[in-house]
Every structure is written in C-alpha cells, then in structure tokens.
Design a protein around this ligand. Structure first.
Ligand SMILES: [Zn+2]
Length: 677
C-alpha cells in the first residue's frame, strides 16, 4: 500500500522523518526493515526523491571520507594502471577479508623506483612483491601504502606489484563495505564513491586513472553468490563448501565503480538486443523473497536501455552486461555494469537514474569531484528524459519542474573537502536544469550532436566542466562561456519582469523585458515568449542579455495572452508588469535608462522609427561631451546600449547629473541620468 502525500506539510514531514532516520543508517549496517505502513519510505515519495536518497547516502559517505583524503601524491602521476587483479577470500565468520591485489602499470614519468598506492591502514599488509620478489613497503599515512619496486623502471616499462593483506574493511572510516543481512540471510556489499575503494583493496584511487581491465576472484562460503563488474567468466570450488567467482571486465573502470554484492541471490535473466551486434545479457541479482517484485520492477530496464541508446549512442558496456544487485542501502549506486539497488524499491526514476550513469558517470567520469555535476546532473536529467521517452513532452516538463531549485550555491563544488559534493539541490537538481537549459540553448540537433561529440572525445575516460564546454562549443560553433559562467560557477537565476503593449496600428507587439535580480549579475540567456491572439499562437525566441531590453514583434489579431518561457526552459521566476510604460516603436527617442540612479553601469534604451545614422552621447551639466556611446547606422526598431560610467578617456566620471542625447531620424532626444557613488 502506498499513500500519496500532496500537501507540503506531509512532504516536509516525510523529509524530516527520512532525514531523522538517515544518521542511524549511517552508523548501522544492519538491514533496513521496511516500515509498514510505509511512512518514511512511501513509494510515491521515493518516486520523486529516489535519486536524492542516492544523494543522501553518497553525501554521508563523502562526509566521512573527505576529511582524511590525501588525494594524489606527486608520484602517482608517474604511472598509469592498466590492470588490477583482486583475489579475495571472504570469511563471514571472522568478518575478515584475506586478499591479494596485483597492480600492473606502465611508467609515465621518466623513471620510477617506488610507488604510492591508496590503502586504508585498517588492514595488515603481510607481504608485498615486485616482479615476484619480496620487497619493502611502508604505510606513511592512514591512507597510503608506499612500495619499493624491485628495480628502477624507465618510462614506458611495465611493472607489477602484488600486495597481500587482510582485515575487516567495515572498520574503515567510510562505511564503504558492510557485513549485513536481508530477509535473514547474509548480505555483503560495497559502496566506494567517492574514496572508499581503498578501504577494501589497494589501488590508485583517482578517477583520472581508470584501469584498462580488472579481474576479481572472490571466494565465499556456499550458498552465497557474488555479483560484480563485467562478466562471470568462471566459477570454481577451491575447497568443499566454498566457491570462487571470477568476474572480469575489459572496459576501463574507475576504482569507485568496482563493487561486490554478495547474498544467496536469485538470478533473473533478461536480454537486451542492440541495434548492431550480439544480444547482451541483463542480469538481476535479487533477494529471493523479492524475486517476483524484481522480475516485474526491473522489466522496464530493457526499454530504458533502448531509449538511452537511441539518444546517447549504444549502451557503453554492451559486450559485457547490465543489471542490478540488491543491497540494503536506501537508494542506488551506479556500479559499472551492475548497479546496486535497495532490494524492495523499484521506482522508475531511480532505475533510470542509475542506468543513465552507465553513460554519464561510468563511461565518462568526472575528472575529480569538483565536477560531479557531470555525473549527477546528467543522471537526474535522464530521469526526466525517460519520462519524455515513455510518456511524452508534458511528462518531461513535469519531471523537470519537480527538480526546480531556486536557492543559492554553485553547481561547481568549490571545496571538495568541506562542501557537500552530493548536494541534492545543486549537484542533482540545479545541475539537471543546466543540462535541460543546454538542450534549449543549443536546440535538439546541436544538443544531441554535442553529447555525441562529448562521448567521442572522452569515452571510457574522464572529463572536467571546461572539457565538456569546449566539446560543445566546437561541435555547435557557439560561445558558451557566459552560459557556463552563470549556471555552473555563478549562483541563483534571473528574475524576469515582462510588460507589453500593442502599437497603434495593431500590427506590432512591443515588449519590455527586465531582469530584476539584485544579488547576481544579468544573465545572458535566450528566452521564449508565446503570443496568443484570436487568430494565431506564435512562440518567439528572444535573445536577452541586458537589465532592460525592448522588443517589437509582428502580431496578427487581438492579443489574448502573452506568456514568458511558456514551456519552462529557463530556471527563473517571472512576473508580468501589465501593458503600461511600454513604448511604441513608431517614434524615435530615448525611452529610459535602467537602473537610474546607477553606479557604475546603466542601460539606455531607445527606439528608431526608421533605419539611419544614430549618435548617442553623454553630456555633463555644463554641456561638455564626456562620452560618445554610439555613432553608427542602425535598423528601425528598439535598441539599447550600456554606459559604464567612464568618459572617453576611459576613466570613471564624477558622481552627478548627466544627459544622454540621441540624434537620429531628424530627432534629438534628451534624457537625464543620475550617477551616484
Ligand atoms: Zn546518481
């Protein structure tokens, strides 16, 4: 049974209850019992908030992680990992992992005689070998393992290091590994984003170095089954009662997307048929008691892969698999080729979100967590895109409107050690609007072509915001610097005020569009206006980049409505100023300046009844010309220009009263300006 909570109070109560419950989950890896009747985890609530719960769990992991993260050491730039081999014996009686990890890498610096790896100091390192020879290692910090190589390796040479270790990974600071249970049976899981991989295996824990391939040989007591990345290529019995699962991926994978999910799963098989090539297995590892729920709930996965493949190119890991493995966290985690998912929840939005990450986050990974919006903003937007693919345009708009965030903060994570990387409002919701607005600014063709170019440039690698922007600029031929500055690095949104009036002839609609926000600069964004008359409905696209701009649009018939941004393409608020004060464009002259008084910039607006030479100059009270703003031929219609409060010599002028004088079309128009300091 589920209850839909539509009233704000109920939703706030739900959020409060959910938040109140979360810290307990963070401290406790015991299974989450499903409350009945479900209040905290109401299914309708999860439908909208599902991926924000993902934000919640990731945020808590990040919070525990970042304070101790040493990041990259200088020496890590000197080698590139090509292969990891993880051999792990999982002892569920002692809650211990006994592991050997092999790291194969190529030297990228000039030479190398020791390497730094990430490994949490919760493990006992029993032996380290380089080229098969026992060597020296040390743990200089709680996060690092330094290994002396058997000799000096030169640029381009390949070396191999093996680390034997054992310990209880669940004692790590990050809660990245859990001994847990579901429905009375053991459930062992990992969730390493952003820096948790080092809690359970030694690695170079940086998104910029994806291993080209990874093998995992995981031994567990029967009847446990191991789900992991890539393909299950072998299953052996080392001793009676224990089974080794050999998982193997040949796709580049960042460390935080490597996962284990272990339980006596029921395996549910499905098939995805790509447009080209062999069918791909889709495998769901389900808690047996939820097998029928999983079969029904995950059935939509095939249609989703098809829809996303049509939009973004083929599923990136089509030679291996996709699927879900149940785990006990309240949300999902986009482990590459094997998403981990809360075992009793099947909302379409979170299924779409984690699948979308296979393209945006897994195939292309944020280069570091300053740029996490490239993962989460895209996946959040894809929830709405799935609505469009399955239910149409209005469903897309409804989903986007449910993601609207009108608060402060930047999408770019300024400080990855102290800010919340996984901020639901910024990293997820506002970032999804950035993707949505890019679609509007670029148009359908250039937007999807741009995503294809982004994929071509960074597939199986990692990218920064600047690299994404550069690809879009090259593919579309547009300058997007203002767009990224205001929406990724800037805060808030434009607040528009629209006024309109019809010309005396009845054939022109004159619009006044102001941006009235005070705390952030003027936005440079196109915006649509829909004009409905008794004869027609026309949507105009206006370029808007000034505090106050005027437009004149042809109109046919009697106006019934004028609506700004009718299809919700721009993150903004809007008010309507009625029909007064909007000039007709049939007379030449200065209309006004905004703001006034001003300091130091003001926008001067004017109208021209006919094309011709225009001179716009600034004079002081003594009649001295201090600045020539325009001297050029302009077309008929409204226009505007900015005075920045400086004279012709480039220096700021004194505070006081000035006059703007427009000469054009045989008309001289004067307007008083007040510069205050
Ligand atoms: Zn996500």
């Amino acid at each position: 049974m589920s209850v839909t909570f539509r009233c704000l109070f109920c939703r706030l109560l739900l959020i409060f209850l959910a938040l109140a419950a979360l810290p307990a989950l963070a401290l406790e890896t015991a299974p989450i019992a499903q409350p009945a009747p479900s209040l905290i985890w109401d299914a309708a609530y999860l439908d909208q908030q599902g991926s924000l719960l993902e934000a919640g769990i990731k945020a808590r992991l990040a919070d525990k992680t970042l304070k101790a993260d040493p990041g990259a050491t200088a020496g890590m730039d000197d080698y590139d990992v090509t292969w990891y081999d993880l051999v792990m014996d999982i002892d569920t009686l002692l809650n211990e992992v006994i592991g050997t990890t092999t790291i194969r890498a190529v030297v990228t610096g000039s030479s190398l005689n020791e390497i730094d790896l990430h490994l949490a100091a919760i493990h006992t390192v029993t032996e380290v070998r380089s080229a098969g020879l026992v060597t020296v290692s040390s743990q200089p910090s709680s996060e690092l393992l330094t290994v002396t190589l058997d000799r000096t390796y030169l640029q381009g040479e390949v070396f191999e290091v093996e680390v034997d270790y054992h310990g209880d990974p669940s004692t790590g600071a990050r809660n990245a590994y859990g001994w847990s249970s579901a429905e009375g049976d053991e459930m062992i899981w990992t969730l390493s984003e952003p820096y948790g991989a080092r809690d359970w295996w030694p690695c170079k824990d940086l998104n910029t170095d994806k291993a080209d391939s990874i093998d995992l040989h995981i031994t567990v007591p029967d009847p446990l089954i191991v789900a992991s990345n890539g393909l299950l290529t072998g299953q052996t019995v080392p001793v009676a009662g224990r089974t080794t699962y050999h998982w193997s991926t040949r796709y580049p994978t960042p460390t935080y997307l490597v996962s284990l999910a272990i339980h006596p799963y029921q395996i549910i098989n499905d098939i995805y048929v790509p447009a080209v090539g062999d069918p791909m297995q889709v495998v769901h590892y389900s808690v047996p008691a939820y097998g029928s729920d999983a079969t029904a709930g995950y059935a939509v996965t095939i249609d989703m892969i098809t829809a996303f493949a049509a939009a973004f190119g083929e599923y990136p890991f089509v030679k291996e698999k996709y699927g879900h493995a149940h785990f006990p966290w309240g949300g999902g985690m986009e482990h590459q080729t094997c998403t981990s998912m809360l075992y009793w929840y099947y909302g379409e939005h979170i299924i779409a979100h984690e699948l979308a990450h296979q393209w945006w986050g897994d195939m292309i990974t944020c280069a570091d967590f300053h740029h996490i919006w490239l993962n989460e903003g895209f996946a959040r937007w894809c929830e709405a895109y799935w609505e469009e693919a399955s239910n149409g345009q209005q469903a897309y708009r409804n989903a986007m409107n449910s993601h609207k965030y009108l608060g402060s903060g930047t999408v770019y994570v300024e400080d990855t050690e102290h800010d919340n990387i996984f901020d639901g409002n910024l990293t997820y919701d506002k970032a999804s609007w950035v993707v949505h607005m890019l679609r509007f600014v670029l148009g359908e063709q250039d937007f999807f072509d741009g995503l294809a170019a982004y994929r071509a440039a960074f597939e199986m690698g990692s990218a920064t915001t600047e690299e994404f922007q550069a690809v879009l600029e090259t593919s579309s031929g547009r300058d997007l610097s203002a767009f990224f500055q205001q929406w990724i690095y800037g805060e808030l949104y434009p607040t528009y005020a629209l006024g309109w009036a019809v010309s005396p002839s009845g054939t022109q609609l004159n619009l006044s569009l102001r941006q009235t926000q005070l705390s952030v600069p003027i936005f440079d964004m196109p915006i649509e206006v829909r004009v409905v008359t008794d004869l027609e409905t026309v949507t105009h696209r206006l370029d808007n980049s000034q505090a106050h701009q005027w437009y004149s649009l042809p109109v046919n018939g009697t106006i019934q409505s004028v609506e700004l941004d009718p299809d919700d393409w721009v993150l903004c608020t809007k008010t309507y100023e009625g029909v007064s004060g909007v000039p007709a464009v049939s007379s030449t002259g200065i209309v006004g300046n905004t703001p006034n008084p001003f300091n130091p910039r003001t926008t001067i607006a004017f109208n021209l009844a006919a094309e011709g030479q225009v001179n716009l100059e600034i004079f002081d009270l003594a009649g001295r010309r201090v600045r020539t703003l325009m001297s050029e031929v302009l077309p008929q219609g409204p226009g505007s220009t900015v005075w920045d409060g400086t004279g012709n010599n480039g220096r700021p002028v004194a505070a006081g009263i000035y006059f703007a004088r427009l000469r054009a079309d045989g008309v001289e128009s004067l307007h008083k300006l007040s510069l205050v300091k």
